[in-house]
Write a protein that binds this ligand. Structure first.
Ligand code: MTE
Ligand code: MO
Length: 266
């Protein structure tokens, strides 16, 4: 658009374009167009998300819309990849550990006789190993203090001891089973249960743990045997293991069924 000579003259004098002559220039037009298109796109995206079916699959029934769960699962896969690197969780000198670690979560640890407890290890459909605590205590003991983290928002440095899960696998000749991608664990009464990806289970800091603060576990901390897995949040550290099995599919997981991240890595 050509400017009239008088406009140009006024602009020259004042340095300002006369108000009523301001044209919608190219840049303004384009940015408005972008805004309108962006809004339409956002509305379309929201509508699509809102109308997307809610998930109903068994291991994630939190009712998240399918596209959101896809993003959560994609994040999970990224973190599964990261942990394969065998990165170690930070450990601390024992004296930095609290003397009385907090007790949290009592699902599956009430009213169970621990005296004749045995760990059930399902080797295959017809063979379940029964292992008692004395046998496990004869294997090399690994101990360390680390910062135990609960998703509820607290953390504590605490000191744990037990058998490395990988030592346990080798000792009991379970290397073939350990080629499967998951282990599942549950309490004797099956009220609490978790699934763990095999790389995390075989991580050098994952313990079948029988000691806390240098003493045998108390009932509340999961006696006689619990899982300690410092690369994951507290929810995956199942107390009072009754049964352990190997699986090609994701085993059922108490908190994943309520919408928490299946991997729950740190
Ligand atoms: N059997 C069983 N294990 C469990 C839980 C539970 O409720 N039952 N809670 C989990 C949660 S949420 C946390 S934070 C830790 C807490 O372990 P602690 O009581 O030894 O601190 O145990 C985990 N393992
Ligand atoms: Mo927790």
């Amino acid at each position: 658009m050509k400017k009239q000579p008088e406009d140009l003259k006024q602009q020259e004098l004042t340095g300002v374009e006369p108000y009523d002559k301001v044209k919608v220039n190219r840049r303004t037009f384009l940015s408005s167009l972008t805004f309108v298109a962006g809004s339409a796109l956002a509305y379309w995206g929201w509508d699509k998300l809102y109308l997307a079916p809610k998930e109903t699959i068994a291991d994630a029934t939190a009712g998240a819309r399918a596209p959101l769960r896809q993003v959560l699962d994609a994040n999970g896969r990224v973190f599964e990849g990261l942990v394969n690197s065998k990165r170690l969780a930070r450990t601390y000198p024992k004296y930095q550990a609290v003397l009385k670690p907090r007790i949290n979560g009592k699902l599956g640890i009430a009213d169970v006789k621990i005296d004749n407890w045995q760990l059930n290890v399902v080797k295959n459909a017809t063979n379940t190993l029964k292992i008692n605590l004395n046998e496990l205590r004869k294997l090399p003991k690994t101990e360390f203090a680390f910062e135990f983290k609960c998703v509820e928002g607290w953390s504590q440095i605490s000191h744990w001891g037990g058998v490395k899960f990988s030592d346990f696998i080798n000792h009991y000749g379970l290397t073939e089973q350990a080629k499967m991608p998951y282990i599942g664990l549950h309490t004797p009464d099956k009220k609490y249960y978790v699934g763990i990806d095999m790389p995390s289970a075989l991580h050098p800091q994952t313990l079948l743990c029988y000691e806390v603060s240098g003493k045998l576990l108390s009932a509340e901390h999961g006696a006689p045997l619990r899982l300690i897995i410092p690369t994951k949040y507290g929810i995956k550290n199942l107390k009072r293991i009754g049964t352990l099995f190997f699986s090609n599919e994701r085993p059922p997981d108490y908190w994943a069924e309520l919408g928490y991240d299946y991997f729950s890595g740190l």
